[in-house]
Design a binder for this molecule. Sequence first.
Ligand code: UD1
Ligand code: UDP
Length: 364
Amino acid sequence: PLVLHVLGARPNFVKAAPVVRALADLGVRQGIVHTGQHYDALMSDVFFADLGLPEPIANLGVGSGSHARQTAALLTGLEEVVLEHGPALVVVYGDVNSTLAAILVCAKLHIPTAHVEAGLRSFDRGMPEEVNRIVTDALSDILFATSPDALSYLANEGVDPARVHLVGNPMIDSLFSALDRLDPAPVRERLGLPERYGVATLHRPANVDDPASAKELVDAVLQVSERLPIVVPIHPRGRERLAAAGLVTGGNLLIVDPLGYVDFLSLVRGAALVVTDSGGVQEETTMLGVPCLTVRPNTERPITVTHGTNRLVTPALLPAAADKALADRAATPSGELPPLWDGKAGPRIARVIAAWLTGENLSP
Ligand code: UD1
Ligand code: UDP
């Protein structure tokens, strides 16, 4: 039996790598389908190299577009490739449009699916990702949860608990695997940063698509950069709009292209502070014990606030929150990680999949 992994965007690659590796260790036949949702070398190829992911067996090259156009291209492309390969199981990751499309295609073709990172909820349907999460979880046959709160959310939505497996966080597996390659000094020196610096990443549509929101956010980041130099590896989404709002290199602000996985996390590891609206970065800073200020009104990852270093802030409160985080740095908790964030989520997922493929009982 063949297992297909459908991957499209930067965070998918990070989450899939440990699952692919663990399935390979169990001798499971598998292939990666790259949808091409992310296509720039710095948004895609560099992750395959840094994470040791095998070459995709297909690249659909769907590229960018409105939600409808991109999803339509994903649906037609994925239907073809799934029919061609006839997988026993399709594994999808996270909450991006490639994930949504894959789950819809497989549901209609009666092909079993597994969702890695099931049950996260921001309860904000204004986020495209929240819509994708709800639909994906409703249609998945096997659901892999990264944190215990997911279990009650899924139960409340009527998902049979026998389908749900609490396995920990594969994004943290990837971080564990990369840990001894994470060295801030060379990246910092290459970028001309001093020893004390902050890192910011911004790409949520609610923050960057609207010029007024972008301006408010950029003004807040500029104020933080008066406290310490800030490097911003800029996601292509909103790059122009953020630049128009004043997010340009100068003074204490350094805008650079997106960084590869190892370079980015090296910088994060050595940072005094991270400002972000990313999902994954909230988790990675929690594991690395680096203070993280998330500029969003909500998070689908509350465990990073209760167990980790993450705080939610508005743009208006960001400068004061940065002062506090920098002052409290010595007191940052570094002990307890969320349950099962131990670097072994990939093997747990692989064991469930391998058992399922041989027809064993799925119950957790
Ligand atoms: C997508 C995900 C988001 C995730 C993010 C990770 C959806 C709905 N959103 O957002 O959840 O947090 O990926 O990074 O799936 N672009 C490039 N080069 C690329 C890819 C994109 O220039 O390689 C530009 C294009 O102008 C495109 C824009 O970025 O229009 C947005 O890309 P898209 O894949 O639609 O969504 P993201 O904002 O990247
Ligand atoms: N990341 C990276 N280079 C960057 C910014 C982020 O390698 O310049 C990594 C980050 O460490 C994490 C993943 O990309 O593993 C998260 O992707 P992103 O923030 O784009 O998506 P989200 O998690 O918000 O869906």
